[in-house]
Design a binder for this molecule. Structure first.
Ligand code: HEC
Ligand code: HEC
Ligand code: HEC
Ligand code: HEC
Length: 296
């Protein structure tokens, strides 16, 4: 009863967060990736909520397969149509992408535990079901982390999404018989993300980012005439020097918040996004190739 209410509240809040996210303008081909991603999260949440009771069994399955189809779409659109995406696959990989990969792996575990007969025989019927469900909750938590970090959400949207996630996990804790396994899995996941963000791993990842050659992202001043120089060149006014933005920023990339890609993606895309909202001419927003693959 209580679990049902918590689950419903969680679903509604997750849906509200996703609706706000979809309202953010972006490039045409990035829309597809975003729609598929949001659909995957919502379909998985509904699948988990609809337990396979004797009367509901087929719904659980139908939503599960629909979530898999949406996930396949998301992966194909991002990895297949944005070649620059593969640049993230170095030790300098951003944490949001790690969270996305964890969600992908968790989905495969959910699927294989249920589909592979030999795996189920090996685990036994009870533990295979509990692995299936625990992986489902891990999937939701990892997907929310992925979306939350990647979207650069406003504080309100972030609060809605995270409250939705916690309601949803409360539902899991209230219903799950193997609560300890679920708690341990989620704690391990949060621990691993924190370690990647703050521990010695973070040092290694950032060192690798600083060593990689600068791409220059094919930035052209001719696309940006009529803008105040100092609007971008804070170095002209705060006397940090006349150096090129990129070489200096590469050097100061020593923490997650000063990562060159994170900082510049926010800087360049935010202006393009504001222009798009205002109905003016605008540059690329999320479309990697719009900035990274242009021949000048
Ligand atoms: C939209 C933001 C933006 C505006 C507006 C802008 N710049 Fe730039 N500028 C950049 C970026 C980004 C780079 C680095 C590009 C690169 O190296 O690929 C750069 C590089 C430069 C460089 C080369 C620095 C070096 O040592 O390599 C000079 C000089 C420069 N800008 C001058 C200006 C002047 C003068 C104006 C105003 C008329 C101006 N910029 C307006 C973003 C901007
Ligand atoms: C000589 C070094 C240097 C140069 C050159 C430089 N920056 Fe910075 N930039 C910094 C430092 C230092 C900060 C502050 C970092 C912090 O707040 O932790 C910063 C901050 C920023 C921020 C974040 C501001 C905020 O409010 O969060 C942006 C965006 C940025 N720089 C863009 C640029 C652009 C674009 C250029 C070139 C047109 C440029 N920078 C040139 C050193 C530099
Ligand atoms: C202050 C606002 C502003 C900032 C900051 C800004 N841009 Fe732009 N950008 C524009 C506008 C406006 C246009 C559209 C120009 C046009 O089409 O006439 C544009 C166009 C572009 C285009 C051309 C798109 C096309 O289809 O030809 C590219 C590429 C681009 N920007 C890259 C960048 C990069 C990289 C940065 C960060 C280093 C950046 N922009 C920062 C306002 C901005
Ligand atoms: C609005 C322009 C813009 C868009 C869109 C954009 N980037 Fe970037 N990106 C930049 C700028 C500017 C930098 C900063 C330094 C540079 O040029 O390498 C950067 C840096 C990076 C870096 C790290 C530094 C490097 O040179 O390897 C990676 C990786 C990266 N971007 C990947 C992506 C991916 C993946 C996407 C699509 C999701 C994307 N970018 C979309 C402008 C953009």
């Amino acid at each position: 009863m209580l679990a049902g209410h918590a689950g419903r509240a969680g679903l509604v809040l997750l849906a509200a967060g996703m609706a706000v996210l979809l309202w953010q303008p972006t490039d045409a081909n990035w829309w597809a990736a975003r729609l598929f991603g949001v659909a995957t999260l919502m379909l998985t949440a509904v699948t988990l909520f609809m337990r396979p009771a004797p009367t509901q069994r087929s719904w659980h399955r139908i939503f599960g397969w629909a979530a898999l189809a949406a996930l396949a779409g998301h992966v194909i659109v991002t990895a297949g149509f944005q070649p620059v995406f593969w640049r993230w696959m170095t030790p300098a990989i951003p944490i949001e992408i790690v969270a996305g990969l964890v969600a992908l792996l968790a989905f495969l575990v959910v699927l294989f535990v249920q589909r592979s007969r030999s795996l189920r025989r090996w685990l036994g019927p009870f533990s295979s079901l509990s692995v299936h469900r625990t992986a489902g909750y891990l999937l939701i938590a990892a997907a929310c982390t992925h979306i939350f970090l990647i979207a650069g959400m406003g504080i309100l949207t972030a609060a809605i999404l995270l409250t939705g996630l916690s309601f949803f996990l409360i539902e899991g804790f209230l219903r799950e018989r193997h609560v300890l396994g679920l708690v341990a899995t989620l704690a391990l996941f949060s621990g691993a993300i924190a370690w990647l963000a703050m521990g010695s791993m973070a040092e290694t990842r950032l060192a690798s980012l600083r060593k990689a050659p600068i791409d220059h992202a094919r930035f052209l001043h001719t696309d940006h005439t009529g803008l105040a120089c100092a609007g971008c060149h804070h170095n002209f006014i705060d006397r940090t020097g006349n150096e090129n933005c990129l070489t200096c920023h590469k050097r100061i990339s020593v923490s997650q918040t000063t990562r060159i890609d994170g900082m510049f993606h926010a800087f360049c895309s935010d202006c393009h996004r504001t222009d798009k909202r205002a109905g003016k001419k605008f540059g690329p927003i999320d479309d990697c190739n719009g900035c990274h693959d242009r021949t000048p």
